[in-house]
Design a protein around this ligand. Structure first.
Ligand code: ZN
Length: 223
């Protein structure tokens, strides 16, 4: 079978966009042929408009992929609050190949949610999104309480919600600290500082970040 025969196979026409329900190859564009594993259509993908960048919070560099706004916010809320687990593939899909290369040899440490929220969802939403990286995962940080922190919590208060899990150790020296949203950065910074007590090399990644950080961007450079 030639490459052109494979491309004309109708298999992908059965795939529906997880967001709008259109066929993923509805306009049969050349580009879509090569994004055939995507779970949303090119129109929804374009609307998501990734803005990958690095920003700093209290001197700590965090890499983010989307401004938390518009369709990104809608999809994340549908995924998290309405427990639409199938959407886990959407967010990091365009970056997977490069991220797998970049973070080879790291252990993934998710910023934890409260047990209350985790039980409500029935799945661990951050772990699930970052599972695409195929990294060993270790819950080195745990919540000290079971309730979600209030948005109005101060940095100091948020810091008190986390502690290092003394019983666990990562099997690698490098840590990838990951979250779904950086709103003020307080949770990420608190977790980073806890991990820094034991690990020298920590990278911070967040699927999305609040608009305030998009003004503080500096140029993202590939490794
Ligand atoms: Zn769509």
């Amino acid at each position: 079978m030639t490459a052109s025969d494979q491309l004309s196979e109708p298999t992908a026409t059965d795939c529906k966009c997880l967001w709008c329900g259109r066929s993923i190859r509805y306009d049969s564009s050349f580009k879509e042929m090569f994004f055939i594993d995507d779970v949303i259509c090119s129109r929804c993908r374009q609307k998501l408009s990734a803005r990958r960048q690095m920003f700093k919070v209290e001197g700590i560099s965090i890499e983010g992929f989307y401004v938390y706004d518009g369709l990104v916010r809608d999809m994340l809320l549908q995924y998290k609050e309405n427990c639409d687990e199938a959407l886990f593939l959407v967010f990091l899909y365009p970056f997977i190949r490069e991220m797998k290369r970049k973070y080879r040899g790291y252990t993934l440490v998710p910023v934890p949610s409260s047990d209350e929220m985790m039980n409500k969802r029935g799945f661990r939403h951050v772990n699930k999104m970052f599972s695409l990286l195929d990294l060993p995962t270790c819950d080195l940080i745990e919540k000290t309480d079971n309730v979600e922190q209030k948005k109005s919590s101060s940095r100091q208060e948020i810091g008190r919600h986390f502690r290092l899990n003394a019983e666990l150790s990562a099997t690698t020296e490098k840590i990838l600290l990951a979250d779904d949203i950086v709103t003020t950065g307080a949770s990420m910074v608190s977790c980073y500082r806890l991990l820094k007590q034991k690990y020298a090399e920590i990278s911070c990644l967040s699927v999305s970040y609040s608009r305030q950080f998009s003004r503080k961007l500096f140029i993202f450079t590939k490794n």
